[in-house]
Design a protein around this ligand. Structure first.
Ligand code: GLA
Length: 615
């Protein structure tokens, strides 16, 4: 029986309130009495058992609709009006979660090939991505990093490419045309990525890794021309580095917005989408400005420097090693949960799994950390030489599912069992489900415990636990779970318990509360406000119910208590008044109920915000 098909009737204190289906599950306060609107036929015990229904009807069950439905709605509005006195409504969320772009999965040439990348390297790696089972597991990007271009342009400023490194791959093709390799990669059912720098000279100018210094390997002064070229060549993804921008002391927020505009122009001209990867290594806190930079509907931004300099086999730097502490440090610096949502992701760098320096266990921990972080999973190892153990780590379905969870959120550290004994939790899209990582950073085995209360789950309800790494069900547990974790190791769990329904708030516009379900569109200098928002968790999960009848994603900024805003994407919800829901994590004042959340836009188009519901 679908909730939307039924209306219930409940007698509360000998008064009859007929329930509009929209409010089924609602709890509130009416004439000083707490009530819960139930589906008829279910028990009618009021919320927190504070009142007794004088009578609860097991029927009649009526179809909502026609004049009867209107009558239900009107009567319920009375109840809702009374609920405004408490400032909140508790309701089950009925809008469907709108799919958001997920973190990209793929491979990049930099970590294992440095400036030696060429067409042959890319063909070999693309084939290995398929042979290793990685494509099947979801990896799709084959990204060409620095070294593909030596900095030459023709008299019109067009990029000129080394014809020997990028030869024709079929008889009809021309040497030195990057669309050759793109066609090859696309032909395998994969996507192709390219690389440039926001400044005049790229990293090869500033600090060449292998080979001589190469001046002018950046796009500054040619943004529109270069990004149009990348789109025309057919690339699907572009990483934009910051060596030149940094050297010239440019402002990354400004340059990356300009580049986003150039990307939008290129997409408009070619109809081809370029996924935007911002790489300024965390300079000027990109998590505060990079989400949706320049209006892009999805992007990623680096949060720190490289885990390791490239390790190229048979080269002068083949002796380098990736380090476990280096990887952990990038993980820690990549945690900015308030900025990661709706298709925007912190990027702690390409993974070094399978490269010299890490053990099999450390590779597994690395994978678990990136998945918990909901990070882009871009592999840096040479895919033609993966060990069976590395291959299994990279393709673990349970771990990949945590990274690719449709809610698109980041893990939060929720507890410590002692110094260096961390409990991380990531809210998953199914209510009551959490991915949990018990991480032992120390060099001695130690027990680590997770309590349901750390996870925002009901302590009174038992939960099932699956060990995601071992792919094994552990059973049913009540209130907590504890396990001894080996030194520098981690245990990844998926815990399925129960959680309270979120508390719902309706928007306030210019100081007046809107009628429930109506919503308002933020426009410039006219914010939609939610007052008196209460939270009991460290990072509150805020579900935003909205409509966007456009064909395109719309953006709005969310500001909490007047602090730095984060730009949120609102993908289309379909035509008409279809409602959708996206979820973000906000750092609220957890001891108070006086948080203020505002949504605003810097243009004149925005989603219509209906309500928020806060966990
Ligand atoms: C920077 C980036 C790396 C890589 C190199 C290329 O260091 O952070 O990921 O792209 O430049 O030179």
């Amino acid at each position: 029986m679908a909730v939307s098909d039924v209306a219930g009737v409940c007698f509360i204190a000998e008064k009859l309130f007929e329930i509009d289906p929209y409010y089924v599950g609602t709890t509130g306060k009416l004439a000083g009495i707490r009530f819960q609107a139930m589906i008829a036929g279910q028990s009618c015990f009021p919320f927190q058992t504070q009142i007794r229904c004088a009578q609860c009807s097991g029927g009649p069950m009526s179809k909502a609709g026609s004049s009867q439905g209107v009558r239900f709605a009107l009567r319920m509005l009375l109840a809702v009006a009374a609920c405004y006195g408490t400032g909140t409504l508790q309701a089950q969320t009925i809008a469907k979660q709108i799919p958001v772009p997920l973190p990209p999965l793929g491979w990049s040439s930099w970590n294992s090939f440095s400036n030696t990348v060429d067409s042959q390297v890319i063909q070999n790696q693309a084939k290995a991505l398929i042979a290793s089972g990685m494509q099947k597991a979801g990896y799709q990007y084959v990204n060409i990093d620095e070294g593909w271009w030596l900095g030459q342009r023709d008299q019109d400023g067009n990029i000129v490419v080394d014809p020997t490194a990028w030869p024709p791959l079929t008889p009809q093709e021309r040497a030195g045309d990057m669309s050759n390799i793109v066609r090859y990669v696309h032909g395998l059912g994969l996507k192709a990525g390219i690389y440039t720098d926001a400044g005049k000279g790229g990293c090869s100018t500033v600090a060449p890794d292998i080979g001589p210094s190469m001046p002018n390997t950046g796009s500054e002064g040619h943004y529109e021309q270069d990004f149009l070229q990348f789109a025309k060549w057919g690339f699907d993804y572009v990483k934009v580095d910051w060596c030149g921008g940094n050297k010239e002391n440019l402002d990354p927020a400004v340059q990356y917005a300009e580049i986003a505009r150039a990307i939008a122009m290129a997409e408009g001209a070619t109809g081809h989408t370029l996924y935007y990867s911002i790489c300024d290594w965390g300079n000027q806190s990109p998590w505060t400005w990079a989400p949706g930079r320049g209006g892009v509907p999805a992007d990623i931004w680096r949060t720190s420097g490289d885990i390791v300099a490239p390790i190229v086999a048979n080269s002068k730097n083949s002796g380098r090693k990736a380090s476990f502490p280096g990887m952990l440090s990038n993980f820690d610096r990549g945690i900015h949960p308030e900025a990661q949502h709706t298709g925007f992701y912190n990027d702690p760098d390409m993974m070094v799994i399978g490269m010299p320096g890490l053990t099999d266990v450390q590779n597994r921990v690395h994978m678990a950390l990136w998945a918990m972080s909901g990070a882009p999973l871009i592999v840096g190892a040479d895919l033609t030489t993966l060990s069976e153990s590395t291959r299994a780590t990279l393709t673990s379905p349970a771990v990949l599912a945590v990274d690719q969870d449709p809610l698109g959120l980041q893990a939060v550290k929720v507890a410590e069992s002692g110094p260096g004994l961390d409990v991380w939790a990531k809210a998953l899209s199914t209510p009551g489900q959490r991915a949990v990582l018990l991480l032992n950073r120390t060099n001695a085995a130690a027990p680590i415990s997770v309590h349901w209360s750390d996870l925002g789950l009901l302590e009174s309800s038992s939960a099932t636990i699956n060990d995601a790494g071992a792919q094994k069900d552990l059973g049913v547990f009540s209130s907590a779970y504890s396990v001894t974790v080996a030194p520098e190791d981690a245990v990844m769990l998926v815990i399925r318990g129960s959680e309270e329904k979120p508390v719902r708030y309706d928007a306030v516009e210019s100081g007046k509360q809107l009628r429930s379900g109506h919503g308002v569109t933020p426009v410039q200098a006219h914010a939609v406000r939610f007052n008196n928002v209460k939270s009991t968790s460290h990072f509150a999960r805020v579900e935003v119910t909205y409509t966007n009848g456009d064909k395109e994603t719309l953006l709005a900024e969310l500001r909490v208590n007047g602090r730095i805003a984060t730009r949120i994407a609102f993908p289309p919800t379909g035509s008409g008044s279809a409602e959708g829901r996206i979820t973000v994590q906000s750092l609220l004042d957890r001891n108070g109920s006086d948080n203020i959340l505002t949504f605003s836009t810097d243009g004149d188009r925005g989603p219509t915000i209906k309500s928020i519901a806060v966990h």
